[in-house]
Ligand binder design. Structure first.
Ligand SMILES: *[C@@H]1O[C@H](CO)[C@@H](O)[C@H](O)[C@H]1NC(C)=O
Ligand SMILES: *[C@@H]1O[C@H](CO)[C@@H](O)[C@H](O)[C@H]1NC(C)=O
Length: 221
């Protein structure tokens, strides 16, 4: 059903490239200023500030600022990091919506049951330094098989697998995934992952992460 969706990225990469604004964080990281306090690592450069996500990963908070994200990330593990094509990679994101936030927003199970996950993909391709048009795919933030090689799972605070995020304590969000190399064009890829829910007609961001990395494809179509 969702073979063309989000975490199963394969088919997306063979879609035509077009001129579109694509941001690469690499340029901003040439002369970084690093500050560290209370588990928060901030990289500052002349034009902006990026906050690293705790854990073994190369992701930053964004595009929605960390201060607007209500899911408090304890850590994010991505293995292997950077991600390789033609190999499984695994993601474990642990965190929680703090009790004070749950109360303040009057969050109900039906709010988190209807949460969504969007991935926006863009790239600067090696060949001709072309920019790959940004594309966004949205799926429910729920335990599901996305494809044979791509699953999304959610656990509650006591380790039970559940259908969607719970409002009692921490949650683990897990994925196993595989990017087929033949569909990938080599270049610097940016993945923007935004989880959100709608409360009283307002969009509330759970978390927003940006990962930029080199992907070595098998050619592309
Ligand atoms: C999703 O939201 C709709 C209303 O927007 C609500 O009726 C439904 O119960 C929610 N889904 C779940 C699983 O709670
Ligand atoms: C986690 O889910 C299991 C199974 O539904 C339940 O028994 C357990 O109480 C839940 N834990 C929490 C902290 O909600």
């Amino acid at each position: 059903m969702r073979t063309d969706m989000i975490l199963h990225l394969g088919l997306l990469f063979c879609l035509g490239a077009a001129a579109a604004p694509t941001s690469s964080h690499n340029n901003d990281m040439q002369h970084p200023l690093l500050t560290e306090n209370k588990n928060t690592i901030i990289i500052e450069s002349s034009n902006h500030k990026q906050i690293l996500v705790p854990g073994h990963n190369d992701a930053f908070y964004g595009p929605i600022p960390k201060a607007q994200q209500i899911f408090d990330i304890e850590f994010l593990e991505i293995a292997p990091s950077p991600i390789l094509v033609n190999k499984y990679f695994f993601i474990l994101l642990r965190g929680e919506i703090p009790p004070s936030t749950r109360q303040k927003l009057h969050l109900e199970p039906s709010d988190v049951a209807n949460a969504t996950l969007s991935i926006t993909l863009s790239a600067v391709l090696e060949e001709g330094n072309r920019k790959q048009e940004a594309r966004t795919y949205t799926i429910p933030l729920r335990t599901a098989e996305l494809a044979e090689e791509a699953h999304l799972g959610i656990r509650n605070a006591t380790g039970a697998y559940v259908d969607y995020l719970t409002l009692k304590g921490r949650n683990d969000i897990l994925t196993d995934n595989w990017i087929p190399g033949p569909f990938v064009e080599t270049g610097t890829w940016t993945f923007e992952i935004v989880a959100s829910l709608t409360k009283d007609k307002n969009e509330v961001c759970l978390f927003a992460l940006t990962l930029t990395q080199w992907l070595e494809g098998d050619g592309g179509w």
